[in-house]
Design a protein. Structure first.
Length: 747
């Protein structure tokens, strides 16, 4: 709670970016979240997140990045509720990168679960300050006044608007957080309600500012040809040919960093011009001769075959163990085995990365569609040799992110070029740049072996995996998943099986690896969910019943006595227990809403999968039809238990989007590498789902719960692929054990 403190007016202006130059530059941004920052200097600051103007307008800082989740609405919604503000008199202001806000890393489905309570306190603290100011003015006891709908009302009927009290309230000491009075949930006005996103009008009228919309007088536009192979180096290039092209101002080489390169740019050559088109045209004239390096022999198809053979062939490093798995397998009446593989995947947000940098007056200003303004600030500062506070990061709206824009390499590129040219520079990635030079979601191979007893109950579970780890991007020599990564479902299976063993194998990284929406839950839940279905059919049982039976009795799991260090997404099991009752609950409630178990026409089938990820519990059921070699996903349903829900409409939107995202990956997602280079480059060969490829019915059900708020943006993705694969088996008897499914069917 150290972040909650009174700050000086000067400090507040620094946090909101109101330097003299900042005011001029941001004043040119039409209708954006950034433009509103200009007015905050006129308000009275009640705390780090809340300011009130004399006319009563309440301004609330949004310190997280908006990429479609609605977080610029949901967190201010919480503040306004506790504050008793009139939502129609609330304005949301985007905050700059600053550690005083706490983490601004908008990924990991953490925004509401990490800041729900803090935002309640911010709203309540503002309310109490206003109540105390009114009590002081009236010489009344604070117990005789109360906030209601943007006013402080005395029990005798006297009332004052928030704006009339703002200046006095801002001069008071911060209320004691330990004794702060929070609302009863029964009194919530906005929390738990469907409130439209605050940017809706601007989005619909084209008045929002995304990264590519930023304009600064005198800026140059850069297009960069990057190494096609990890750690490739520039041997030579034709600078003169590029400089001859119309509009070109400069050509600059960007030096790559040795592995592990972290958030630093790839090596390449940048063309800078007076417009982006000219820069892109001239880039084609560079004729770069590359030193391709050790990763030029990487071929992803052969590598996945190698990983699959490795996990199938023999033991790896044991990550978790219970009982005697080998002995139990030896006694089993029936053995089931399967190997699953998933390829590299790209994020492919609709808006590719773009960043603008301007170095002036001893500071560097960045405007970027970033998920991580603080990581951007720190990485740019380190690159330029500046202090963190000398880098101002302005967060634009994001046209999708999915984890790609939590890596600030594109902002570093802009900063380097701004330094070298002495002018503001905007770096725009093309779609081809984005898909070929991503921080790719890792490929993976998994092997499973299960044993059923005479009663067709699961008595043994053996699982092995080999996945190039994300840690390879940041740590030299890293080539095996740690318990934190295995905690994303693979090592934390919740099954009440007496004998289990989970193992990992080494897998070297040959490309940049990064996190993508739901991260390693994608391959691991695909394997676990598909294998559970295979076991169910081998046991002759309904998959729903087999899931419930195998999960076992309601209990809270703790894996410590099995040698596994469960990360629990960075939260304590005391606050966020792994509750098998909630997992079974989403399975039961979902299938109870559907015609589960009823006979379907030939060629149709239902598939089911459930998973706990990002502290939430989700079950997905999918109905497919396979006819004449064509796969149609006809309907998808999910049941979501995410604890306390702030904005149900946003949860529905996120879950629906997650299901379509997961469907797109399963049906069509694959990045191939040949001789170290990504083969795919745009939506013609790395397609995303189109309207005619998605089901007509995509429905989300939300479990009513008063548990602590948990993740929403990502948990809907993992169960999707196995639910489709299991539905295909139910419809055809054919098992699909790898992405993408369009290898087997037309879509």
């Amino acid at each position: 709670m150290s972040m909650i403190r009174k700050i000086s007016r000067r400090r507040f202006l620094e946090l909101t970016g109101l330097s003299a130059s900042g005011m001029v530059l941001m004043g040119s941004l039409p209708g954006s979240a950034l433009a509103g920052v200009l007015d905050m200097q006129q308000g009275a600051m009640l705390n780090l997140f809340v300011s009130v103007k004399a006319d009563g307008l309440v301004e609330i800082i949004a310190h997280r990045s908006e990429m479609g989740t609605g977080i610029r609405t949901s967190l201010p919604q919480v503040v306004a509720d506790e504050m008793e503000a009139d939502w129609s008199r609330v304005k949301v202001i985007q905050g700059l990168a600053n550690a005083d806000y706490g983490s601004q890393n908008t990924d990991g489905s953490r925004s509401v679960r990490d800041f729900y309570h803090i935002m309640r306190q911010m709203g309540a603290a503002a309310r109490v300050s206003l109540e105390q100011a009114a009590a002081n003015r009236w010489a009344a006891n604070i117990g005789d006044v109360a906030a209601s709908n943007h006013q402080i009302i005395h029990r005798d009927g006297r009332r004052l608007d928030f704006g009339e009290l703002a200046a006095e309230a801002a001069r008071l000491p911060m209320p004691d957080m330990a004794t702060l009075r929070l609302k009863s949930p029964a009194d919530f006005r906005y929390i738990g309600k469907d409130i439209p996103i605050v940017d809706l009008q601007d989005m619909c009228t084209g008045n929002t500012t995304y990264g590519i919309d930023v304009r600064i007088p005198g800026m140059l536009f850069a297009s960069i040809e990057r190494t096609p192979v990890l750690q490739g180096k520039v041997r030579s290039f034709d600078r003169a040919a590029a400089l001859k092209m119309p509009g070109v101002v400069d050509v600059i080489k960007i030096e790559g960093k040795p592995l592990p390169s972290g958030f630093n740019p790839l090596e390449g050559v940048a063309v800078l011009a007076t417009d982006s088109y000219s820069a892109m045209q001239a880039r084609a004239k560079l004729n770069i001769n590359w030193e391709r390096g050790v990763h030029a022999t990487h071929n992803s198809g052969a590598y996945l075959d190698e990983l699959a053979a490795r996990v199938s062939a023999g033991p790896g490093k044991v990550a978790r163990e219970r009982g005697d798995t080998e002995a139990a397998l030896g006694k089993a009446r029936k053995i089931v085995e399967a190997t699953y593989v998933t390829p590299y995947l790209a994020h492919a947000p609709m808006e590719p990365p773009v960043a603008t940098a301007h170095i002036h007056d001893g500071i560097c200003e960045i405007w970027a569609c970033t998920q991580t303004p603080q990581a951007t600030q720190k990485t740019v500062a380190a690159t330029l040799g500046m202090e963190d506070k000398s880098v101002k990061v302005h967060v634009t709206l994001l046209g999708g992110g999915f984890g790609r824009k939590s890596k600030p390499d594109f902002s570093v590129e802009a900063a380097l070029l701004a330094r070298d040219t002495g002018r503001p520079v905007q770096v725009t990635w093309t779609r081809e740049d984005d898909i070929r030079h991503d921080y790719f979601h890792s490929c993976s191979a998994q092997y499973y072996k299960g044993g059923l007893d005479d009663n067709d109950k699961l008595i043994a579970w053996l699982a092995r995996e080999a996945t190039p780890p994300i840690s390879s991007t940041f740590k030299a020599g890293a080539n095996m998943q740690d318990d934190g990564s295995l905690s994303m479902s693979f090592g934390s299976i919740p099954f009440a099986v007496a004998n289990l063993r989970v193992e990992s194998h080494e897998a070297d990284a040959h490309v940049r690896i990064g996190w993508l929406r739901s991260v390693f839950n994608i391959p691991y839940v695909f394997g676990i969910g598909s294998f559970m279905d295979e076991l169910a059919h081998a046991a002759g049982k309904d998959p729903r019943d087999f899931w419930l039976e195998t999960i076992g009795p309601d209990r809270e799991l703790d894996f410590a006595d099995e040698g596994f260090e469960f990360s629990n997404y960075g939260r304590s099991l005391a606050d966020f227990p792994y509750d098998t009752g909630r997992l079974k609950g989403v399975i039961t409630q979902l299938t109870d809403t559907l015609p589960w178990g009823r006979t379907l026409p030939a060629g149709q089938g239902w598939g089911l999968c459930a998973a706990r990820s990002f502290l939430s519990y989700v079950a997905v059921a999918t109905r497919v039809e396979v006819k004449d070699g064509r796969l149609r996903v006809m309907e998808m349903h999910c049941m979501m238990d995410a604890g306390t829900v702030v904005n149900p409409d946003r949860v529905h939107a996120q879950m629906e989007g997650a299901m379509i995202f997961g469907l797109s990956l399963a049906l069509m997602g694959e990045i191939d590498f040949k001789e170290g280079e990504a083969v795919q480059s745009n939506f013609h060969d790395y397609p995303v789902a189109r309207l005619n490829q998605v089901p007509h019915v995509v429905k989300t059900h939300i479990v009513s719960s008063d548990a602590l708020a948990s993740g929403v943006g990502e948990p809907g993705v993992p169960p999707v692929a196995p639910s489709i694969a299991n539905a295909i088996f139910a419809a055809t008897g054919q098992r699909i054990r790898e992405f993408p499914f369009n290898k087997y069917f037309s879509i």
